[in-house]
Write a protein that binds this ligand. Structure first.
Ligand code: GUN
Length: 300
């Protein structure tokens, strides 16, 4: 049995056409979707991430401005900037790149207006997920949504599956737990203090690792029957400074039925979901039905 590589390229291609047409349809109405990305400090990984986000928006014809602020920016300056952007009707999406420098103690999730919250972090957006009240125009966190997309597009059912999510971050693990649960998966949310990780992994059909640690996942954690699916959400560097995920040892992949590669797996889908969220946010602010726009790429 050969191991299947769950590349995201074909999924991105499939959705790209509709996204490009939806942006064009909005522009015909005189609406140019516009994203503002706030980057505080000089975190090198964040600088790469925000550049990729900007490139993706522009590839589809949307606007994206990176607002770079010094490491020393204070909380009031950030609050004032976000308030100004919240009030600007020509801005449809706002993203505060995380992590922020450690001296800033801001509850960023409550700062961005829920209608402009392309990260899906605002409590009112998270509540839709928590209470399983999602609609096609719900703003959901981009990386968890990317994981659901790779599973759905590869026809991997969830209602009959046991899933192990490793990593309890607010950006990935926690929202992903709810997305999977809402689809009737039986989910274990594991983390650095989990005692019986190997046992939970061995009992799982799907394993999703989102830790940012590329040292812990060894091949012996997986079963030997080549039946498990591994989704790698990590983005790390190996000893040669090459981009890899949470999995550093290729022997791990050989023990899976299917896995997502890094790069070329969850990352491009996360960015695709960010652009889709920008369009959802733009539509919400203009009273346009997003689902219809994506399907028909024309406005009534
Ligand atoms: N840093 C790493 N991932 C993310 C993300 O999805 N959104 C934001 N705002 N910051 C991040």
């Amino acid at each position: 049995m050969t191991t299947l590589i769950l590349n995201s390229k074909s999924i991105v291609d499939k959705h790209s056409n509709n996204i490009g047409k939806a942006v064009a349809a909005l522009k015909n109405k005189g609406i140019v979707p516009s994203l503002k990305v706030i980057l505080v400090g000089n975190n090198p990984a964040s600088q790469i991430y925000v550049t990729n986000k900007k490139k993706a928006c522009e590839r589809y014809g949307a606007q994206c401005e990176i607002i770079s602020l010094s490491e020393k920016t204070n909380e009031k300056e950030i609050r004032d900037l976000v308030k100004k952007l919240n009030d600007d009707k020509n801005v449809h999406g706002i993203l505060i790149q995380l992590p922020l420098p450690s001296h800033l103690q801001l509850s960023v999730e409550e700062m961005v207006h829920p209608l402009k919250d392309v990260d899906g972090f605002h409590p009112s957006n998270i509540a839709q997920l928590y209470f399983n009240k999602l609609t096609p125009d719900s703003l959901l966190p981009c990386t968890p949504k990317a994981v659901m997309m790779v599973l759905d597009e590869n026809n991997i059912s969830l209602h009959d599956k046991t899933v192990c999510v490793i990593g309890r971050s607010f950006i990935v693990g926690r929202p992903l737990f709810h997305l999977l649960l809402n689809r009737d998966a039986t989910v274990s949310l594991c983390h650095s203090k989990t005692k019986n990780l190997k046992q939970i992994i061995q009992n799982s059909d799907i394993i999703i690792t989102a830790t940012g640690n590329n040292q812990y996942f060894k091949a012996d954690l997986l079963r030997d029957d080549l039946s498990q699916i591994l989704i790698d959400v990590g983005m790390t560097k190996d000893k040669d400074n090459k981009t890899i995920g949470d999995i550093a040892d290729p022997a791990v992949f050989k023990k899976t039925k299917a896995y997502t590669p890094v790069p070329g797996g969850i990352g491009p889908l996360t960015i695709l979901n960010l652009v889709q969220n920008l369009l959802r946010a733009t539509c919400k602010q203009h009273g346009i039905n997003y689902e219809q726009l994506e399907k028909n790429s024309s406005l009534p």
